[in-house]
Design a protein around this ligand. Structure first.
Ligand code: ZN
Length: 167
């Protein structure tokens, strides 16, 4: 799809992520915002390398949650938008698309399904978005959706699966 980026320096800054990669990203963002010590279950989970699918009982709210759910929800709450490593409920206020998604289940990222790439580099995200839109509209590039992600300084593109079959 190079031809659509003529004159706009661009790199693929992210692609396939494992469940573990996604959790690592969440940890990095929490640390960057100084929010990585807010919840004791999250601190414990990081220190003891708990499995990502481990749930624990949280007394204050009488709920069983993944040990990272509240910490991840805090990121959404402060405007740092990222998918959970496993589909999970939003615990705190999170307004997006004009409504509060608190209490809703957010699914995993298309990056974890191998169906997304991020385009970064250069200085002009809007110029890059135009390139991605042109690639999308050409229908030559397996892209069916895109969005500008200022926090990640990239243009995210959701891709079609290539090939495949009935599995
Ligand atoms: Zn992305």
């Amino acid at each position: 799809m190079d031809k659509f980026f003529e004159g706009e320096p661009t790199e693929v800054t992210d692609g396939y992520r494992t469940t573990h990669d996604q959790l690592t990203l969440i940890m990095q963002k929490l640390a960057r915002h100084g929010k990585d010590h807010e919840f004791s279950e999250f601190v414990n989970g990081v220190e003891n390398r708990w499995p990502i699918d481990k749930t624990i009982h949280i007394e204050d709210i009488n709920r069983d949650l993944f040990w990272w759910t509240r910490a991840w929800s805090r990121l959404l709450n402060i405007g740092e938008i990222i998918n959970p490593p496993i589909a999970s409920e939003v615990i705190f206020d999170y307004v997006n698309d004009g409504r509060n998604k608190k209490g809703e289940i957010i699914q995993i990222s298309n990056h974890q399904r191998g169906l997304a790439v991020d385009f970064g580099g250069g200085k002009d995200l809007m110029a890059k978005a135009k390139c991605v839109l042109a690639a999308l509209q050409s229908r030559e590039c397996f892209i069916h959706n895109y969005r500008v992600e200022r926090g990640n300084n990239c243009v995210h593109a959701d891709c079609d699966q290539i090939g495949g079959g009935t599995g």
